[in-house]
Design a protein around this ligand. Sequence first.
Ligand SMILES: [Zn+2]
Length: 289
Amino acid sequence: MIVWDSRQFAISLTASVLILILLGLLISEAALHRAYYVWPVFLAGVFYYLTMRRYIKRRRVVGTPFPEVWRSLLASHVAYYMALTPDERTSFERDVQIFLSEQTITGVGVEVTDLTRLLVAASAVMLTFGWREWEYDNVPEILIYPTSFSEDFEVTCPVAQRKLSGMVAPQGAVIFSSPDLCHSFSQEDSYHVGLHEFAHLLDMEAWQTDGIPKNLSASLRKRWLTVFRNEMERARRGESLLREYAGENLPECFAVAVECFFKVPDRLREYDPILYGLLASYFNQDIVE
Ligand SMILES: [Zn+2]
């Protein structure tokens, strides 16, 4: 994530100066004597602030030292963070700070701890860490549930009913079961609800997913559908490294593949170097390195 967008700064500053000059020319000499000249200054200042407020706030946020408690929590729970170089860890911490300052995370019947907030942010930042100019502009409210839940959002549902550990609710929120999010970071299997749901957001346009991320380059797009359709069929036949849910449809195949790419990259590369390479190119990250 960009802390200070120099291009936007140049545009905002130039436009503010033009507003100042144009309004200044419109004010008569008599009005100047009545101190009306403050209005052009005020309006130009408001315009500059409104167009730059995201970056003004980010500078303030990253100017605050990263809390030691947060650093310890990341170190003890997020293996990805620990595998980074010291400089990369600083960038990761900065992205986590920005993400948490801009997203709303609300507990539903459960207290949202620092650890939960950090694990949500770490999931989001891991996916986009290779894209320094990426902005999460489509994250709705993030809700934390005390446990897994039904498709009707009930946490106390019959045992036989399908239980979800996370979902992107259409036009509503990203929901995570707090214990499942924690387990995603602590267990060594390929499952990861945090990466899974944020992968859906990368793929989402107008609340629709098709398994083709919206920022996929044209060069990757050609191979993408062939590789993922093939992988979905393998999952349906029970022949894939990806869990069975990848056979549901292309968006789920992509989200499940993302979990494997970040959690068991060695196994994924060994299983299918082409699928691994495609994801490494897309995310601009070679996790196995
Ligand atoms: Zn899904």
